[in-house]
Write a new protein. Structure first.
Length: 353
């Protein structure tokens, strides 16, 4: 028998003559004005538990016409959940999805099932991103990495001592048991975007966490010609700056030219004996920053912003953080530019006094 339940994840409250929705969120809350607020609110209290339509018909506090009017309003605004197939109580993720404005639970899980996500590189960032995706209910994931877990990885990457000696892909999938039953692993080294053809579908969402400059450049050049309906997300960190940026086809062309130029400059520097002196400083703060940005971006695209390009940055040294669209990022960058304008590009210090 079909059962319905009020979506209490969004917080309801009776305030005087108003029924306030999203009562705890200043940005989204609003009030519903009705003739009999106390009577209607008691009906909402009744609906906070799963109810069948015979239960609703038997409710005596309102007329049948009033009850139908309220149910229609709740249904149209996604404030009423069909809980017929939910086991006892919905899990925490379902409640979270239901709490987001204009985010029907059924629609979210349908998109999750239809979306394939690929993680290339399971190191400092990729290993934590996988955790975030699994806990967003996503299991149609392809993990690509040919490395084994080493003891030195444990300080910065999302692995345990019992994982040492295992493939990174295998260790992460095994951790989640049946929850990760649909996760696919690919343990061969990827040297070209063409290597991904047999593994991924045409509309894959690829999250690039690899640190191979030649493979990155190749993906910039070929990804959208091989996966025309896909999405490409670049992640990483440079010293104390972390990022997650979605690139469309024009941006990928720009990035390919940039990668070519940067690689040529690096080769020239090496030849001249003046290479950049740099070591990998990735820490758990980089890992968690990137994992948060990726998780929020993927969640947004699955719920409300499928066509929006996202451009996210965390600066751990400057304490400036931004998660949002590419357009909003332009405003953020103006703020960063102003903030940095008060600081010299670099200060000159004599080697000796």
């Amino acid at each position: 028998m079909k059962k319905i339940q009020l979506n209490t994840s969004i917080a309801w409250r009776l305030e005087g003559k108003d029924i306030v929705v999203y009562a705890t969120n200043r940005a989204t809350r609003f009030a519903i004005t009705v003739e009999k607020p106390s009577t209607v609110y008691k009906f909402l209290v009744f609906l906070q538990s799963p109810r069948s339509y015979p239960d609703v018909n038997a409710y005596s506090g309102l007329t049948a016409k009033e009850k139908n009017s309220i149910l229609n309003y709740l249904s149209l605004n996604h404030f009423l959940n069909d809980v017929t197939n939910w086991e006892n109580h919905p899990d925490r993720l379902t409640k979270f999805v239901a709490s987001m404005p204009n985010s029907p639970v059924a629609s979210y899980y349908k998109k999750v099932q239809e979306t394939q996500i690929c993680l290339i590189g399971l190191g400092t960032t990729g290993s934590y991103i996988f955790d975030s995706l699994i806990k967003l209910g996503i299991s149609n994931i392809v993990l690509i990495d040919n490395d084994l877990v080493e003891k030195r990885n444990l300080i910065a990457q999302n692995f345990y001592e019992t994982d040492v000696g295992s493939y990174k892909t295998t260790a992460l999938k095994k951790r989640y048991g049946t929850i990760a039953k649909d996760v696919k692993t690919f343990n061969q080294r990827v040297t070209s975007t063409n290597d991904l053809k047999p593994v991924l579908c045409q509309n894959v969402w690829l999250i690039n966490c690899c640190d191979d400059p030649e493979l990155r450049a190749d993906m910039y050049k070929k990804f959208y010609s091989i996966f025309p309906h896909g999405h490409f997300f670049e992640t990483g960190y440079i010293m104390t700056d972390a990022f997650c940026i979605e690139y469309d086809k024009p941006k990928m062309q720009d990035m390919y030219l940039y990668a070519q130029r940067t690689n040529a400059e690096n080769i020239e520097s090496e030849r001249n004996g003046t290479p950049m002196l740099y070591e990998n400083t990735g820490s758990v703060l980089d890992s968690l920053s990137v994992a948060l940005m990726v998780a929020k971006t993927i969640f947004n695209k699955l719920t409300s912003d499928p066509d929006t390009l996202f451009n996210n940055h965390f600066s751990l040294s400057e304490d400036t953080y931004f998660i949002g669209s590419d357009r909003e990022n332009q405003i953020y960058q103006s703020f960063v530019k102003w903030k940095r304008s008060t600081i010299p590009f670099y200060q000159k210090h004599p080697l000796t006094k």
